[in-house]
Write a protein that binds this ligand. Structure first.
Ligand SMILES: *[C@@H]1O[C@H](CO)[C@@H](O)[C@H](O)[C@H]1NC(C)=O
Length: 89
């Protein structure tokens, strides 16, 4: 019982280092993702309809939506909306 207690600080220290490394890695990965991709504005995914949008609201956004019509056809629309207006791609 006593031995187990004596070993605890060492283990906690090693765990602390591992945890710190994992947190650091997570922060680096998060920053990488945030700087690499424009911010997400919208991400809707409901039956028969999905819509994703990224960018800066009011400035420039781009996205795509997919929808299923009454005849069972899927439609996919990719678009961009910026200072030149709204247009599909
Ligand atoms: C999704 O589409 C299918 C096929 O058109 C339809 O039967 C179903 O009711 C739709 N679901 C919703 C939630 O609209």
């Amino acid at each position: 019982m006593r031995r187990a207690l004596d070993r605890r600080p060492l283990r906690r220290c090693a765990l602390g280092h591992a945890l710190r490394s994992v947190i650091l890695l997570a922060v680096v990965l998060f920053l990488g993702v945030v700087t690499a991709r424009p911010s997400e504005i919208l991400d809707v995914d409901i039956p028969n309809l999905s819509h994703e949008q990224h960018g800066v609201p009011g400035k420039a956004v781009h996205g795509e939506y997919e929808a299923l019509d009454a005849f069972g056809n899927w439609y996919e629309v990719k678009y961009i909306a910026d200072e030149k207006g709204f247009r599909t791609l």
